[in-house]
Design a protein around this ligand. Structure first.
Ligand SMILES: N[C@@H](CCOP(=O)(O)O)C(=O)O
Length: 466
């Protein structure tokens, strides 16, 4: 398996080099040169695998023997040892047409743990085996940062700096990141929004001298390994709904979406042969993705702070990966469209392409009021407390599914992380112990202006390789 860039200007790479590269050196995103297709017979066999076995099966198709099977097995085992259930991502049946895949049983109570616990192990492995210096730089709207820090805190040979938007993440998200006092962790709280943070890191990754000098590595979903690790639970979810539903109904998956990484993993799983009917993109009022699916225009709008802050994103990183497939892997066209986005502030696709987009995805953007409405309604009706992101997923399921379909909605975070929204629904929740313990801990973070030079100075001090 070789990996290439969506913009075509990077020589094909192996798996480990692809992960170490993060953002492609030509500014694009790395993708597999060819997507392996799983036969229905093999899918049938995969149905009985444990989560960890399934992970290994899928990864073995992508890693080219670069990591011996025994080493991979040990890494996967360590990655999921910190999860609060051996199923890793359990499936919960709500009614005959709805299942919820719970992705929040990892150490930081969000779906990001599923890939980032593995990534922490992976970076540690590569740092030791290849003597690589690993200086992670990431941006977060709240969940990725906490999970990434948790995945590598205290690990030798690794340093991590995370940029989060100042006062635009939930209280618990902030505490999860900033109460960590390990020497290898730096939190920069940037006066701006998530898009500002993401732009700074993308610009720094695109500066190849800076990237090489400081050994920058990515943990965001610009990194293909994040996408791949997330495909595992699409398969797992599909295999764990009732056999009768699998056989007699079309199966949709509704995914709370911000940076387009999670749902892109679903797109990859579908291309690998998983018989998903509709992939439903659920957004909040930052609805650029929903507008794109409806109109064919991809145009960042005004940033809004919502009850679901992790999805407060206008510029979705992984959109470029999808564009690559939409444009039939034509790298010149992808480069042209991405240039257009920069110069004209938007991309508009033809009616023919829009028809294909609408064949690939359904989409719905939930308003703040709808988000709260579904939290209240599901709590009352099913005694199931949704976090505000999952509530957007439920709103999209309600809007986009038909009678003969069954939908798996992804619960991307635990409600305790977003008590601000839960309290607005007049619901009092009991926090898990790990979360209440955060409330009295001291915080360690530096507040910085949204200013690249200031951020670079902090990074140079922290990474210490001037
Ligand atoms: N919603 C994310 C934003 C970053 O997304 P990523 O998937 O590219 O890491 C967050 O919670 O930080």
């Amino acid at each position: 398996m070789q990996y290439v860039s969506t913009r075509g200007q990077v020589a094909p790479k192996g798996f480990i080099d692809t992960v170490l590269m993060g953002l492609a050196d030509d500014g694009g995103l790395m993708i597999p040169a060819e997507i392996p297709v799983i036969s229905p017979e093999a899918l049938e066999e995969w149905k009985n695998l444990s989560y960890e076995e399934l992970f290994q099966q899928i990864f073995s198709l992508y890693i080219n023997d670069e990591i011996p099977a025994e080493d991979l097995k040990a890494m996967v085992k360590r990655s999921y040892a910190s999860f609060r259930t051996p199923e890793v991502t359990p499936v919960n049946k709500i009614n005959d047409s709805l299942y919820i895949l719970e992705l929040f049983h990892g150490p930081t109570f969000a779906f990001k743990d599923v890939a980032l616990q593995f990534m922490g192990e992976f970076y540690s492995y590569v740092s030791k085996k290849q003597n690589e210096i690993i200086h992670i730089l990431g941006a977060t709207s709240g969940d990725t940062g906490a999970a990434a820090i948790q995945g590598v805190r205290g690990k030798d040979g690794i340093k991590i700096c995370i940029l989060h938007p100042h006062q635009k993440v939930s209280k618990i998200q902030e505490l999860q990141m900033t109460t960590v006092n390990d020497e290898n962790v730096l939190n920069l709280s940037v006066k701006g929004n998530f898009d500002d943070c993401q732009k700074v890191i993308k610009d720094l990754f695109a500066d190849l001298d800076f990237k090489a000098k400081h050994h920058l590595r990515a943990i965001n979903s610009i990194n293909f390994v994040r996408i791949l690790a997330q495909t595992v639970y699409y398969f797992y979810a599909y295999f764990h709904i009732d056999a009768e539903a699998q056989a007699s109904k079309k199966v949709n998956i509704s995914v709370p979406s911000g940076n387009f990484g999670n749902i892109f993993s679903g797109f990859l799983a579908k291309r690998m042969g998983l018989p998903i009917h509709k992939l439903i993109i659920a957004t909040n009022e930052n609805n650029i993705l929903e507008r794109f699916v409806r109109t064919g225009e991809y145009k960042p709008g005004d940033f809004k702070s919502t009850h679901s802050p992790s999805m407060d994103i206008q510029v979705a990183s992984n959109f470029e990966r999808y564009l690559y497939y939409l444009l039939d892997e034509n790298v010149e066209k992808v480069s042209e469209y991405m240039k257009q986005l920069q110069t004209e502030g938007k991309i508009v696709v033809s009616p023919e392409l829009l028809a294909r987009v609408q064949n690939d995805f359904a989409a719905y953007g939930a308003s703040n009021d709808e988000c709260l409405k579904y939290i209240g309604e599901y709590n009352e009706k099913y005694d199931y407390l949704l976090d505000p992101h999952t509530a957007c997923g439920i709103a999209a399921y309600q809007e986009c599914s038909e009678e003969d379909e069954v939908t798996i909605t992804f619960a991307t975070a635990h409600p305790a992380k977003f008590d601000e929204a839960i309290a607005l629904c007049m619901i009092e929740q009991k926090f898990p112990e790990q979360i209440s313990a955060l409330l009295t801990k001291p915080q360690y973070q530096q507040v910085v202006d949204h200013d690249q030079d200031e951020i670079v100075r902090e990074l140079e001090k922290f990474y210490g390789d001037k």
